[in-house]
Write a protein that binds this ligand. Structure first.
Ligand SMILES: [Zn+2]
Ligand SMILES: [Zn+2]
Length: 169
């Protein structure tokens, strides 16, 4: 996402700028089984059970607190764990949803990184506070100068966000 705006840097005149915000993606892996999206099952009364996305709309989930069985490797601190069972909403028959064994890797939105091209002067050393006014609102964050170009009497500075970019009123 690129936004045009005006940068206000502490102690410097305001300057035109282009703000670039990038959403980074992170992946994580779990050994837990996941719901098999292709699982279809008919119980004894002929009721059909199948996932809808991540949900099992035809089943009722019941979670029961169980005492520690040692499988946690001592991490639960004696708290035990919850065991979930599923039951047909219509006839009450217990149904075991189909799963696919792990490990599974998921990709989720992670940090947002940001940088800006400022058509003006910014402090060349260290971190500074910058506020940026754009058509999508005001943003604020801490940044450092990364690159400075001087030519034809104008100064263009690339700054890199060194912390989160926050939306302000
Ligand atoms: Zn335990
Ligand atoms: Zn049923």
């Amino acid at each position: 996402m690129t936004l045009l705006g005006t940068a206000y840097v502490e102690g410097e005149a305001s300057a035109r700028c282009e703000l670039v915000v990038e959403q980074q993606m992170e992946s994580y892996t779990t050994n837990q089984p996941k719901l098999n999206p292709h699982w279809v099952f008919h119980d004894g009364r002929g009721h059909e059970h199948a996932p809808e996305g991540d949900d099992l709309p035809t089943l009722f989930a019941w979670s029961e607190e169980m005492p520690c069985n040692g499988l946690c490797g001592g991490t639960c601190g004696g708290e035990g764990y919850f065991e979930t069972t599923w039951w047909c909403r219509l006839c009450g028959e217990q149904v075991k949803p189909g799963t696919i064994a792990g490990p599974h890797t998921f990709v989720v939105p992670g940090m947002r990184s940001w940088s800006a091209t400022v058509y003006g002067r910014v402090p060349s050393q260290g971190e500074f506070e910058v506020q940026i006014e754009t058509e999508r609102g005001w943003f604020a964050g801490k940044a450092c100068a990364r690159d400075l170009t001087v030519g034809g009497g104008s100064i263009v500075t690339t700054i890199a966000g060194s912390g989160p970019l926050e939306e302000i009123e």
